[in-house]
Design a protein around this ligand. Sequence first.
Ligand code: GAP
Length: 442
Amino acid sequence: MTADVTDLMKKLVSLCKRRGYVFQSGEIYGGLQSSWDYGPLGVELKKNIEASWWDFMVSTRPDVVGMDSAIITHPDVWKASGHLKNFHDPMVDCMKCKSRFRQDNIEGDSCPECGGSLTEPRDFGLMFKTQMGALEDDSATVYLRPETCQSIFVNFRNIVTATRQKLPFGIAQTGKAFRNEITARNFVFRSREFEQMEMEFFCLPEEAEKWFEFWLDERLKWYRELGLKSGNIRTRRHDEGELAHYANSCFDIEYTFPFATGGWGELEGIANRTDYDLKAHIEESGQDLSFLDQINKAKIIPYVIETSGGVGRTMLAVLLDAYREEVVEGRERIVLGLHRSLAPVKAAVLPLSKKLSGNAMEVFDMIRTLFPVQFDETGSIGKRYRRMDEAGTPFCITYDFDTLDDNCVTIRERDSLDQIRIPVETLAEKLSALMDNGWPAG
Ligand code: GAP
């Protein structure tokens, strides 16, 4: 990593801790490597990202339904999916500097870091295993899911029967996935426990290409709606050698993650999984997972277009995109220019002096049920503005001594620093308009 990259990531990680976005898991015990806990603002941002995804992919679509499956999964699911066979990497360790590498990334037999000798390759399984029930033998082995989508395939027949969907239609779910990543790093970009947002769209085989293009466009649209700068996202087609065993074509949506090799890192994959998964589960389970095509009166195995993204990666992209340092009127400030729909706290009520706290609290009470709002009375007003800028809060409402006479408050907008003064009784309405339409509201 270059100094700039390290610097930006260090600054962001530090802001995340300072403002309560993300903490290292188990920090007081020295920290559990590559495990992250989301703090009060982080959990709101994460929820806002997921809610936006659910809204875009499920609630507003007549042809997509949702589900929420168990994390601990029947072992045969992973036998059928190919994970038990394919989901591991051969690794080598340097005997001198102890660095660990994927064998297929190494040329020659000495360490690329220090030239030391390497161990023989050893297989590292990426699945988290655990035991179900009291017995500790092989029959009790179960797995934490390494992806959410397999439960969608396994429940395909249940969902078709319960909802009477016609092709084409999608099944979506969000939730935790677990991978014993060998090289978990770069903050929440690659961790061992993470959240996925996946949708499997079942269609006629001859329409798969059309839907593939449709969903690629839709997914790009969603990232743009989150406010990511368009120059910072792109799509990239996988070449033959890169394709996963289940896919016949795949595009990644990539973001300019500062640590990524070549400048771009994967945010999400859109893949044509063909009929690979349904067929694999038919074979393993012996159950009929075909679909009765009413038009042709024939049983078919649908093709599947998958969109598969991560909550943590989206959040990291959103934070990197929003982070900026600037000097305003001779003073430095750090701002998270988050889109208002994602901002964890939408507005903060700030009494100019503690003497005004009681009155300002009444204003706070007027709006606190409308949006997530904070009340902050500690420190100078400048410091409080800066805290809110760093947290990404779009609007600050200042209650000053004049308010006692004119019953008006000042709304300050985070990015432009413009201010308007409005009567207290119109505040709720004005804030709602600002949340809907942005600044300045007419
Ligand atoms: N069902 C297909 C699938 O899981 P993937 O490319 O392995 O495909 C999809 O994962 C998405 O899940 C990635 O684009 C990324 O956003 C997220 N993801 C995967 N592994 C991750 C990890 N170790 N940490 C954080 N996010 C991860």
